[in-house]
Design a protein around this ligand. Structure first.
Ligand code: DC
Length: 235
């Protein structure tokens, strides 16, 4: 009998390795990986391109009028075996990871109507279950009934070091201290915002992966999935 498909929610602080963990687990289970942060990043890129952010302040009125015209999609890429993010038909997968987007994504993602639109899309994508979704509010707001919830953390220095290496490999001219202060600032805004702040769901399992390998992290999450299955097996 094929096991029942479930929803796995992976939340946590910025650059804690959520997407790597989520992708690894999705691959292992044959599930779909959905990057909810990519959606907020795509809206931020739209705002930057349309000149809707001035000195860190978002022109909310114009953005609200335009939000129905912002189309975000994930398209599976056969070459990389992963999904790429598209904004109004254009592939923006690489551009949304750039530091200029990271610097402005928190003010955009704290806006209520932006969150409502993204949460609606996230729930649509999760309708069939069999997904691993990472973000900040997946276990608390988007899928409060997710069968398995993980909350990832790591020390700020470890996280900044990982992000620094990742961006360097991509050939970007980045500075470790800037990355460290950006992620600390994002954590501050993400956890203190009024709507859907970043917080651990009461029933989430917290994992500090500072000293863990990717294999250990994947194994830990798969153990939680297995533990859920064991708990729900009918006697
Ligand atoms: O996971 P990430 O770093 O790509 O996310 C980018 C930003 O998007 C993050 O700083 C906060 C926001 N975000 C959010 O508010 N809710 C989510 N579910 C996912 C991301």
């Amino acid at each position: 009998m094929t096991p029942k498909k479930i929803i796995i929610a992976i939340d946590g602080v910025s650059s804690s390795g959520k997407s790597t963990a989520a992708k690894d687990v999705a691959r292992e289970l044959g599930y779909t990986y959905i990057d909810s942060g990519a959606m907020y990043r795509a809206v931020t890129l739209y705002c930057i391109r349309e000149n809707l952010i001035h000195q860190g302040l978002v022109d909310e009125k114009t953005l609200k009028d335009r939000i129905p015209d912002i189309r975000i999609e994930f398209v599976f890429n056969e070459l990389t075996s992963r999904s790429d993010t598209y904004l109004n038909g254009e592939k923006v997968e690489d551009e949304i990871r750039n530091p200029d987007v990271a610097a402005l994504v928190s003010p955009v993602s704290k806006i209520g109507f932006v969150r409502e639109a993204m949460v609606t899309l996230q729930r649509e994508l999760g309708q069939e279950k069999g997904i691993v979704m990472d973000g900040r509010d997946i276990g608390t707001v988007v899928f409060p009934d997710a069968e398995v919830k993980i909350f990832l953390t790591a020390s700020p220095e470890v996280r900044a070091e990982r992000r620094y290496k990742e961006l360097k490999i991509k050939g970007l001219d980045v500075n470790y201290d800037d990355i460290l202060s950006n992620l600390q600032e994002r954590d501050r805004i993400d956890s203190t915002r009024e709507i859907s702040p970043l917080r651990k769901a009461d029933d989430a399992i917290e994992l500090d992966n500072s000293g863990m390998t990717l294999e250990e992290q994947k194994a830990f999450i798969l153990e939680q999935v297995e533990a859920w299955r064991q708990r729900t097996i009918q006697p």
